[in-house]
Ligand binder design. Structure first.
Ligand code: CU
Length: 184
């Protein structure tokens, strides 16, 4: 299904990502039908849809014990840059969970980051997942755990919104609306 991705300059990367995600989304088995209509910001290419942003329409596995709120990214008039995606995650469940991946229509890739404090100052480092302990509220921040959107695909103007998929190890996929707004 990733064939159309070659129409994009990032085609090679998308194909790689598209293949790579197979098997990762047991909970969010993806179909591509009709999702694009829900994005406030238009998708840049059809290849994007093919490559990485099909969401499970049901997301039936997702539980209500996890709530994602206040998701936001800073505005930018540049494209092809990396931006932090911040959000609040409330885990009311009795079991710990973790963010295993995030997909956003406005970026080619995403990583989970933490920030190390060493002698050289602060340095971001990619991590496999972001832990969400039971009965806790986790705030993603620039100087702590956060999601980094890599290679943004479009400019981002304050007030715009788009939808990202946050995939939790246990709770499954949560679609969350992301607002372009100043981030501390
Ligand atoms: Cu980062």
């Amino acid at each position: 299904m990733t064939a159309i991705a070659t129409s994009s300059p990032d085609g090679a990367a998308f194909v790689r990502k598209g293949l790579g995600r197979k098997g990762l989304d047991q909970s969010g088995r993806t179909t591509l039908s009709g999702r694009s209509g829900s994005f406030a910001i238009g998708l840049a290419t059809a290849g994007f849809v093919a490559a990485g942003f099909g969401l499970a329409p049901g997301s039936a596995v997702a539980s209500d014990t996890l709530q994602v709120t206040n998701a936001r990214v800073p505005a930018s008039d540049q494209v092809g840059i990396d931006l932090p995606l911040l959000m609040t995650i409330r885990n009311d469940g009795a079991e710990a969970d973790a963010i295993s991946r995030v997909r956003c229509p406005i970026a080619n890739f995403s990583e989970k980051h933490t920030v190390d404090r060493g002698e050289g100052g602060l340095a971001m480092r990619a991590v496999k997942s972001i832990p969400i302990p039971e009965n806790k509220t986790v705030e993603l921040t620039r100087d702590g755990y956060h999601v980094m959107l890599l290679q943004t695909r479009q400019k981002l103007v304050d007030g715009e919104k788009f939808t990202c998929a946050v995939v939790f190890q246990n709770a499954g996929t949560k679609e969350t609306e992301v607002l372009v707004s100043p981030t501390p």
